[in-house]
Design a protein around this ligand. Structure first.
Ligand SMILES: Cc1ncc(COP(=O)(O)O)c(C=O)c1O
Length: 432
């Protein structure tokens, strides 16, 4: 079986059947948003830090970027106020800062965890800093208490309107339960977000939830949310159609149209569907242009509810494959962190293109998150998001040398063995 790291890799037969029923109008969508909210609430309340939250704290969006834009908006900041964010992130995290006419300030990463280097954070805080986005890259949980302590210290001398808020970005992982290391989610932050977009931990093609814990922002947030646009029925069907089209693409991705060329049915279908606007890339350079934000639709709610029911099974698989890589990859490639539930398993190597190609020949598509300090922007495009070349050297270096191995539900133990074999035999480790 072929392996794909991106584009709804968790989708199984029941998700596909559900998408088809939605497209045929055979699925009852009524009440799906309320049901999803209740389902999410049950999960989140398992976390003793979130035990007190109500449905009123949960805000559902079309995309994770919408949720960041929305929360920043509800803080009613001034133009050019600063939001700190790690380099080695997605343009979908930086764009909502720009949409609010705020200024992103980049912090370099720790080369072992790929998360923000907390020791550099203090030096980036100025009297214009109003928020910090802290990202659990690949699902590797940041020590949020350290961040909270630092922010509390800075906030002590600030007026109420100038206090720094913490946005906790858990776009990469939705844990099965909120125990152990996941019990800190939401404990030290003002807003916690999850993304359910096409290549995330669980997915409704597009989708996001944010839990606003910041009492100061809640009233404005609720008022603003009530005025937000809902996608039309036609627009929301995009999410179900995407699942149907990608299952077709995957089926024929490696079926050659012309022998001894790279022209395959699947690749032609991608070009065709993209040109028709039926499938879209998750993030592109033009993400920085604001095109409005939306609530999550009923279609997305139905799709996500189904994935949420299976989140333990999906996560158990991730843990199993992560453990397999941990025990079987050569020592130099092992991701030495606490993380055992990873959206993608990162390795650093000198010959990325060669290894990617070797894996592709075995019908295994791996990833390159993040290929730049603000993925997928090229060096020439980084200026558009206020990133100065050379300012975060580790993020830049890692971006050129990282490869992500898949951990999703479609990866069998046989696949994992094959991946490990190719990496161990051909990859040249890079030590930073
Ligand atoms: C860390 C992180 N946060 C947020 C997002 C935004 O997700 P969405 O595609 O739902 O807007 C992404 C997208 O890849 C991401 O990598």
């Amino acid at each position: 079986m072929s392996v794909f790291i991106g584009s709804i890799p968790n989708t199984e037969r029941d998700d596909l059947e559900l998408a088809k029923r939605i497209l045929k109008g055979q699925e009852n969508l009524k009440g799906s948003i309320g049901n999803l909210r209740e389902q999410l609430l049950r999960h989140l309340r398992e976390n003793e830090n979130l035990a007190e939250i109500t449905e009123e704290n949960i805000f559902l969006f079309n995309r994770g970027r919408d949720s960041i834009y929305f929360y920043l908006k509800s803080l009613e900041l001034n133009e050019e106020d600063e939001v700190i964010v790690q380099a080695f992130t997605c343009v979908a995290v930086v764009a909502p800062i720009l949409w609010n006419k705020l200024k992103p300030v980049f912090v370099d990463i720790d080369p072992k965890s790929f998360n923000m280097d907390i020791s550099l954070l203090k030096g980036k805080i100025t009297n214009k800093t109003r928020a910090i986005v802290v990202q659990h890259t690949f699902g590797n949980i940041v020590d949020m208490k350290k961040v909270r302590d630092l922010v509390d210290k800075a906030n002590r001398e600030r007026a109420e309107k100038e206090k720094i808020k913490i946005i906790e970005d858990s776009a990469h992982i939705f844990p099965s339960d909120f125990k152990g290391k996941y019990s800190t989610l939401g404990k030290y932050s003002d807003m916690l977000l999850f993304s359910f977009s096409q290549d995330k931990s669980i997915s409704s093609t597009q989708g996001a939830a944010s839990i606003i814990l910041d009492e100061d922002a809640l009233d404005i947030a609720r008022e603003n949310y009530s005025e937000l646009r809902k996608p039309s029925k036609k627009e929301s069907l995009y999410n179900a159609r995407y699942i149907k089209l990608w299952s077709l693409i995957k089926k024929y991705y490696f079926t050659k149209i012309i022998p001894r060329t790279n022209i395959t049915i699947g690749r032609v279908l991608i070009i065709l569907f993209r040109n028709l606007g039926l499938i879209k890339k998750q993030a592109k350079a033009d993400t920085i242009v604001f095109s409005g934000i939306e609530k999550l639709s009923q279609v997305q709610a139905v799709l996500l509810s189904n994935q949420l029911k299976k989140v333990s099974k999906i996560n158990q698989k991730r843990e199993k494959i992560t453990e397999f890589y941990d025990t079987n990859l050569k020592e130099n490639f092992v991701f030495k962190t606490e993380g055992d539930l990873l959206l993608r398993y990162p390795i650093l190597l000198e010959n990325r293109a060669e290894v990617k190609q070797k894996l592709l020949e075995r019908e295994i598509i791996v990833g390159n998150w993040y290929s730049s300090p603000v993925h997928p922007l090229s060096e020439e495009e980084l200026g558009k998001v206020d990133y100065k070349q050379g300012s975060c050297p580790i993020a830049e270096r890692v971006g050129k040398n990282i490869l992500n191995l898949p951990t999703n539900i479609e990866v069998t133990e046989e696949d994992a063995k094959e991946i490990v074999g190719i990496v161990n035999n051909f990859a040249k480790p890079l030590n930073i």
